[in-house]
Write a protein that binds this ligand. Sequence first.
Ligand code: SAM
Length: 329
Amino acid sequence: MLRDSFGRVATDLRVSLTDKCNLRCTYCMPPEGLDWLPNAQLLTADEIVRLVTIGVERLGITEVRYTGGEPLLRRELPDIVGRTVALDPRPQVSLTTNGIGLARLAGVLVEAGLDRVNVSLDTLDRDTFKRLAHRDRFDDVIAGLSAAHEAGLRPVKVNTVLMRDINDHEAVPLLRYCLDQGYELRFIEQMPLDAQHGWSRENMVTADEILAMLSASFDLTADDLEDRGSAPAERFLVDGGPARVGVIGSVTRPFCGACDRVRLTADGQIRNCLFATEESDLKTPLRAGASDEELAARWIAAVSRKRAGHGIDDPSFLQPSRPMSAIGG
Ligand code: SAM
């Protein structure tokens, strides 16, 4: 098992398939993009599946989420999903995506065995989308969302980051839209993970603010706060339910004590926390011929060093050198 020194057990593996993305969301990266990892440094599909197999079959991973960067940019994604669901015991397999290309791929991914999808959508306004993501791809995202729904993925979750004076007036319309479409919306507080280091606490739209905006138009009742487990989102029934909305207060309402996540970057590094400043290299030993036992032992050691909390409130907090796109959100 992947147990840390505080007794938390990691069962949820987030795998970044690439650091590249076809959007440039301002809370993530600059408009000109970043220096992408050279292809030779990216894990191949076989290497990814080998490490995921070790995680699932030896180390107790029960959920695998493919992310990035933008995971739909990896042509081998359906193959990787298909090989992941064939593992024994079969893990739950999900995807976090910006939705561009999902209109074409949703059916193929469902056929490969994909269980769930989260699609990022921060605005319902085409011009705001362009301003926020520096690309005119709003229609592709909307089409991707409805294709995911039509392909039978349930629930289709929508991730939204609100930014002050850009899209923070859209909390209510976004929730109305998601209720109408049958999607489950989750707001995520903006975290200090952008490549430009432009995050500031004053500009962050907090969970309290989001709930106040929503409560002015909807009746919100805490849903499963007693039984939240390791889920990052606090969920609320909207107008008595059954529809729900989630708020992930990563900064102001941290949930590190219940964290069950571990991350594998696209270049084969294990990160025991989004905000970790240290990584453990699995790619080098893997390419040097390490056995499954040796790789598992390195992975166990990496998780055992997980800190108690992300420490954003510590005066000594240092933003990780890798941005979100390179870690895998
Ligand atoms: N490209 C995919 C997507 O857009 O969903 C997957 C990767 S993206 C890094 C994963 C999630 O992280 C997205 O929902 C995005 O909104 C969120 N994200 C990125 N940077 C963030 C930040 N600084 N704070 C909070 N969430 C962030």
